[in-house]
Design a protein around this ligand. Sequence first.
Ligand code: GRG
Length: 298
Amino acid sequence: MIAEEEKFLEENLTRINKALFKTLPKKEISKVTEAIHYSVMNGGKRIRPQIILILSDILNVEISNDNVDLIAAAGELIHCYSLIHDDLPAMDDDDYRRGQLSCHKKFDEATAILTGDAIQPLSLEVLTSIEDPNLNDETKLKIINLFARACGPEGMVEGQNRDILSENKVLTEEELDEVHYLKTGKLIEACVMCVCLIKKDIDDITIKKLIKFSNKFGLAFQIRDDILDEIGDETKIGKPIKSDIKNNKSTYPSILGIEKSQKKAELLINDSLEILNELPFKTDKLKFLCELVIKRNN
Ligand code: GRG
C-alpha cells in the first residue's frame, strides 16, 4: 500500500521510466544495446529525475510535461552511465548494482565500457532533440553545458579521480565534502539548475536558494549512502555492503562514526527544509523528498 503523500513519487516514477524507455535504442540491435536496457531499465530510485519533475511542477514551468520528462531522463542517463563505469574492476570493482549483476559481470568489461560510453552521448542526443515552443535553442545549449560540466573533468570525473586517489588515505571531513560535491552533488545541482533555466522570469535570489538547497540535500544524500554502505541491508540496497571498507576509502562513518554522520545528514536536511520554507512556493513535495533522504534504507 502506498501512502497518499507518496503517490506523486509513484506517478513521477511511471513518467520517468516511460521517458527513459523512449530514449533508448532498440534492445535487439546489439550486445551493447541489450546492456543499455539492462543497465537503465533496472529500478533505481530515480532521485535526480524526481527532483526535476517535482521542481518543474512547483515552479509551474512553461514547457510540456513530456519534455520535462525527457530532460529528467537525460539527467538519469548520465547517472546510469556513471554507475556502470563506477562498478568496473578498475574503479570500485562491484559485482552487483540495483539488486542484479553489474553490467560488466552480466556481460563483459568491454561491453560495460562501451555501454557507459554509449549512454553519455545518448543523454546529449535526447536534450538536443527536444522541440518545445517554450524552450529556445539558447536555453537548450545552457542545459547541455550544465550537464556536461556536472559530469566532466571539474565535476563527476574529478570527484571519482579524488575518490580513487584517496584509497588508503584518511581525508579530512572538508576534503570528503568536496569529493562528494564533485562526485554526486554537482549532478544533483544541475538537476535543480536546469529547471531554473527553463522557468521564465525566475529571480536570482530564488535560484541561489535552490542551489544552496541542492548542495545541502546532495551532501545529506551522500552521507546516508556511506552509512548504508556500512550498516545497510544488502537485500534493500541491492549490492553487498562494506565496499568502501574493502577499497579502504575514507567515508563519513570512517571519519565521524555512524552516529555523528547521521547527525550531520539530519542537520543538512534541517537546513534544506529551512531554505524551502523561505521560498514563495508550495514546496511540500521537496520537503517529503528531504525526509526520505535521511530515513532511506536503499
Ligand atoms: C562516467 C560521468 C562518469 C564519470 C566517470 C565512474 C565515475 C567517473 C564516477 C562515478 C560517480 C558516481 C557513481 C557517483 C554516484 C554515487 C552514488 C551516490 C551512487 C548511488 O546513487 P543512487 O543511490 O542509486 O541514486 P540508484 O541506484 O538509486 O540510482
